[in-house]
Design a protein around this ligand. Structure first.
Ligand code: FE2
Length: 248
């Protein structure tokens, strides 16, 4: 039934560095937007660690805070997947006798478990440099941040290619919206919206903006971001990434 199939499929977004966007009925723009921001941040952190002078205490303190923000958001994202999305997909895969799908979900959890300790090691490195001008600590941190970047980009590519294909195969758009609300959006308080929206939108190519903004809260959010939120977000970003600014 080609006509039916066509109308069931939504046009999927492809952000910079995104590996795949499997076709299907679920609009995964919210998921891919988070992945865009994670990838963008890791490229920026790797450059900042390499180019920030070890004597610049203020920059290292700001980078340490910024790493805390990044790893907290990534941790919440993984937790939403591990506690909400993967279990639901596992039930659907089991009902369909989909053993390959089950293996994909086990791999997703294992990859998350590999990434978390690396995030903590980086946090310790940023904390060390926020306190001492330690060249050896900077070299070690540089290696670790690049390792997190490589691990995470392999994981995100795997997730986009295989796990998101399972979302398209097993979930409806309404089911996805419920999961997104219950396990991802609920991780944030309303007062965090300006920071989260600014973080997601930062550096996004302009042609993506209308669709991304519409998927969030539409024009009112775009106005608030353009007039208020973006400026204060960029002021904080410039403090942390001053030696590589503008990093996108
Ligand atoms: Fe994800």
């Amino acid at each position: 039934m080609p006509a039916t199939t066509r109308t069931e499929h939504v046009d999927q977004v492809m952000f910079p560095r995104q590996a795949a966007a499997p076709a299907g009925p679920v609009d995964l723009i919210g998921m891919y937007l988070m992945h865009y921001a994670f990838r963008r941040d890791l490229v920026a952190f790797a450059a900042a660690v390499a180019r920030t002078p070890v004597e610049d205490r203020a920059a290292w303190r700001a980078l340490a805070d910024r790493w805390t923000w990044f790893s907290t958001v990534l941790h919440k994202h993984h937790r939403g997947e591990d506690t909400g999305l993967w279990p639901l997909l596992r039930r659907r895969a089991d009902a369909a006798g989909d053993r390959v799908g089950r293996e994909t979900l086990a791999a997703m959890e294992a990859e998350h478990a590999e990434i978390d300790p690396l995030l903590q090691a980086c946090a310790a490195g940023f904390a060390r440099l926020a306190a001492h001008p330690d060249g050896d600590a900077r070299d070690a941190l540089g290696v670790r941040v690049v390792a997190v970047g490589e691990r995470l980009s392999r994981h995100l590519a795997h997730e986009e290619t295989e796990a998101m294909a399972m979302v398209q195969r097993y979930l409806t758009d309404a089911e996805w919206a419920r999961v997104e609300h219950e396990y991802f959006k609920s991780a944030y308080a309303a007062r965090q919206l300006p920071g989260m929206a600014s973080w997601c939108l930062h550096g996004l190519p302009a042609h993506h903006l209308p669709r991304v903004v519409a998927s969030m809260a539409g024009k009112p959010l775009e106005l608030l971001w353009r007039l208020l939120w973006r400026r204060s977000f960029e002021r904080r970003e410039r403090r942390a990434f001053r030696h590589i600014w503008p990093y996108v």
